[in-house]
Design a binder for this molecule. Structure first.
Ligand SMILES: Cc1cc2nc3c(=O)[nH]c(=O)nc-3n(C[C@H](O)[C@H](O)[C@H](O)COP(=O)(O)OP(=O)(O)OC[C@H]3O[C@@H](n4cnc5c(N)ncnc54)[C@H](O)[C@@H]3O)c2cc1C
Length: 392
């Protein structure tokens, strides 16, 4: 079987690796450079803590287990000469500074625990043992030992390198512009600016551009860009030990609001910088960063970690989360165009969910047993029906 994977972000890389390792002849087509889209303009958190009970949490729990295995496999396969993906199961700390949020935080923790999430309710003093520089204003906290972190660009590159070792070919500077069809109209590959590629299956992993790629192939997919901004400090000795975020972050991830929202997410990196996020706003594909948004993000972060007021922000960047109207990714075959699969729309969790998404795709393509229930992620699920008007 021949597969074309469109897009060399973390999702395309994970899918290419899974398919190639199963013996499928994989060609990855990326219009820019590898890992040049959202996977290079995000943070690398692998979180279960921010997911409410439901299909996304199940996907996250599965993926977080799988990332532990895959991180070790990549290290073994690629050797010490390859840049580390900086996988670190450092744990997540969610804090709340207003009494009103404490009950909601506890309630979420209880419901997550019933689904298999490890969560410990902490007294504010216990939270400050974990994070000594935390503000004294914390009134409630929860610790999530399953939360992890990695370096997303390095992880994407490592997954691609592993896919290549399994036989995948990766072509950059190759933009997919339409389908290749047989005389009877069925899909048999893609057309690119420089020609085209034959394939039995085409996997749309174009992240925030997955809607545009779908349209070019003849079907609608309601993926929208949701811009997010991050601030990066200069390097410093480690003072933030976990992934730390305010309880407002969970609401922001689940919100469908197109207007600007900021919530506090802070973590240090292996390089010694601190990443401070983040914002969410639907402003199309406008890549500009905004000083007013940066100031709002910074103010909230300083409220959580007062010492950050004394640090220098070295740079800021913005990326586009691939937003879906029902907040679930699409993973699977498109019934409107046999041979087309989508693995897209992971919004703010695509790094974390990449491995589980690739595992499900592989099972669907090869007809092997499903690693988990894929029904909630199907293209033809009821919650997407009104968005999927155009048939191939
Ligand atoms: C500020 C911010 C913070 C985030 N933090 C986290 C986090 O902590 N944890 C987490 O799990 N997720 C996080 N995310 C979300 C995560 O970054 C995305 O879900 C993930 O990177 C999506 O990966 P992807 O491979 O689908 O998309 P991308 O990385 O964007 O890859 C898609 C690729 O397709 C290519 N492409 C597009 N059109 C074509 C075409 N016609 N032909 C060929 N190639 C094409 C693009 O060039 C691009 O390289 C964050 C996102 C943002 C914006």
């Amino acid at each position: 079987m021949k597969a074309v994977v469109v897009g060399a972000g973390v999702i395309g890389a994970a899918c290419a690796r899974a398919l190639a390792q199963a013996g499928i002849a994989v060609t990855v087509l990326e219009r820019g450079a590898a890992a040049s889209g959202t996977s290079a303009a995000c943070e690398g958190n692998l979180l279960v803590s921010d997911k409410s009970p439901g299909p996304e949490l199940e996907l996250a729990l599965f993926s977080t287990r799988r990332w532990g295995v895959v991180a070790a496999e990549l290290a073994d396969e690629l050797g010490a000469g390859f840049p580390s993906i900086e996988y670190d199961r450092k744990g997540g700390l969610v804090v709340c500074c207003a009494a009103a949020g404490a009950t909601a935080l506890q309630d979420l923790g209880n419901r997550q625990r019933a689904c298999g999430v490890l969560v410990e309710r902490l007294h504010p003093a216990e939270a400050r043992v974990l994070e000594p520089d935390l503000t004294g204003d914390v009134v409630a906290a929860a610790y999530y030992p399953q939360d992890a972190q990695l370096q997303p660009t390095a992880a994407t590159e490592a997954l691609l390198a592993s896919a290549r070792r399994a036989g995948a070919q990766v072509f950059t500077g190759e933009e997919v512009i339409g389908p290749r069809r047989r005389a009877d109209g069925t899909l048999c590959g893609v057309a690119t600016r420089s020609g085209g590629y034959d394939a039995d299956i085409v996997v749309n992993c174009a992240g925030p551009w997955a809607g545009a790629v779908a349209t070019s192939l003849g079907v609608e997919l309601p993926v929208l860009p949701r811009r997010g901004m991050i601030l990066v400090t200069t390097r410093m000795p480690p003072r933030i030990r976990h992934k730390v975020y305010g309880d407002d972050y969970v609401n922001a991830t689940q919100s469908a609001d197109a207007m600007l929202q900021t919530s506090t997410v802070v973590e240090s990196t292996a390089a010694g910088t601190v990443l401070i996020g983040s914002s969410r706003e639907r402003v199309g594909l406008d890549p500009r960063t905004d000083m007013a948004v940066a100031a709002q993000i910074a103010r909230k972060a300083v409220a959580l970690f007062p010492f950050l007021a004394e640090t220098t922000v070295l740079r800021s960047y913005a990326g586009f989360r691939p937003y879906m109207p029902d907040h679930l990714p699409v993973i699977g075959p498109d019934p409107r165009l046999p041979g087309l699969y989508h693995v897209a729309g992971h919004e703010g969790a695509g790094i974390g969910l990449s491995i589980a998404s690739a595992d499900l795709l592989l099972a669907q393509v090869t007809g092997s047993s499903m690693p988990y229930d894929g029904t909630p992620f199907a293209v033809d699920r009821p919650s997407l029906a009104i968005h999927l008007q155009r048939a191939a």
